[in-house]
Structure formats: structure tokens, C-alpha cells
Design a protein around this ligand. Sequence first.
Ligand code: SF4
Length: 285
Amino acid sequence: MTDQTKDNFSGYFPTWCPGCGNFGIWAAIKAAFEKLAFNRENIAVVFGIGCSGNMNDFLWVNSFHALHGRAIPNAIGIKIANHKMPVIVVAGDGDCYGEGGNHLIHAARGNHDITVIVHDNRVYGLTTGQVAPTAIKGFKSKSTPTGVIEIPLNPIALAITQGATFVAQGFSADITHLTNLIVQGIKHKGFSLINILQPCVSFNPLTTYNWYRERIYKLENQNHDISNMTKALEKSFELEEKIPIGIIYQIDRPVYTDSLPQLKDTILRDVNLDIDMNEFIAEFV
Ligand code: SF4
């Protein structure tokens, strides 16, 4: 990986389509890491598969590119191995809500202390335009030429009801606001989901920059009570006419590793398990 720009976290310059919302998310993630004074070797970022996952090459950090839909379980494994280290997932809506939807539910109810950043462009971009779980009903794609029949998956409501303790929504074109959300999500102790509304300029002609700009409003200006689950769920169902961005829900609850007495005074990585790995591996050769 080469450091090609002046910030501390740029890898290779992105190959995304010109105008893609991924650029704004990339900028916000790097700005958030700068604000948090992260050292690239003391954090872990796990990427899913998709255009968003290609950020693995564009972000210069300690990272892992997981199988499709498996970014979250890999992140949980890393977190349990070293629960002192910030662990962040970067994935798309297809990867995280489609193939990996099951993992999202169980990570939320375990309140695993990871931050999941989802590029929600409502389409499979890398494979050139098939329908994704958050696509709006009626959306015409390569795989749904007469329009999507199903209603869209609601990631905000799903995360809140399954036990996530920080749930936020951002917009890829509002980089300052998004940076702040990412900083707060990473600082939060517990499972945090940041769903980012992101135009795909090549394969989603419906949810464009202008489509979002006409609908988005900021919760910070609304006196929204982020600790009130009922109010948060009301906001989560504002999907098309008006769309909230900001922190939608945040509460405190013990995280998964708090309940592991073995990890009270140490991290798992440093525990001497006294296992002869050669003997173990020999069983498989
Ligand atoms: Fe971005 Fe869509 Fe191009 Fe992928 S296909 S890089 S999401 S504009």
C-alpha cells in the first residue's frame, strides 16, 4: 500500500465511477480516523464484498477483506481476540443486509462493541445493477426489469429492535456531518450501525443526489430524544417522503466482552492457552 495523498490513511487512489457517493464516505472515514488520532496499526477495519469493499485498497489501515456477507463475524472475532482495539466494518447494503443480514441481527443483540458502516446505495453496483434489499418498491433493475415487488428492508428499525445501542443515518454528500456521526459511532461503547445514504451514479437512477437533497433533514434541529425507542422507531419509518439523518437511537447497555470474566484483566490475544498447535494441525494432514 502506498501513501499517495497528504492524509495519513489514503492507500491507492479509488477506481470508483466518477461522482460515486463512495468518495464522500471514504473522505468521512479518513477524517474521522484523523479526529480520533488513530494509528493505522492499532485499529482493524473489516471490509465486505462490493464497490464499498474495494475501499480495502484505498484505505491504508490494518484490514481484512472478508467473504461476501461475512464482514461482521470476522469483526466480532477480532474484537473478542483484542477487545481494547477499535474494530470497524465497512460494507454495502447487499453484503450487510442481504448475504450478511443474519450476522447483523446477532451482532446487535450481543451488543458487540464494533462499528458497522454501511454504504446504502440500494443496488448491487459491483455486479452492474441487480436489485439490493433496500431498493424502493417498484425500482427497475437488471434483475427486476418490471420493478421490485417486495417492500425495502428497513435497516434502522431492524437494528433498533434487535438490540443495537447506537443507530445513525448519514448522507455521503454531507461529509462534515457524516464524519461526526462516524466519530460518535466509534466512540460509543456497544454495537453501532451507521447507515449511509449513497447515490450510485451508474446503476441507480432513482435515488440520486437531488432525490436525497429534496427529502433529507437533520435530527439535530428537531429536539429528537435519541434514548426513546418509540420515537426512534417512528423516525426509522420515514423512508421516502422525508428522510432523517443524524443519531436516531443511542442507549447504554453492557457489551458482550463485559460478560467474559476471562477478559477482565487481559486481552484474549495475550492469554497463554498452552496448546501445541503442531499436534492440532497434524490431525488434518
Ligand atoms: Fe459507485 Fe455505483 Fe460505480 Fe459502484 S457502480 S463505483 S457504487 S457509482
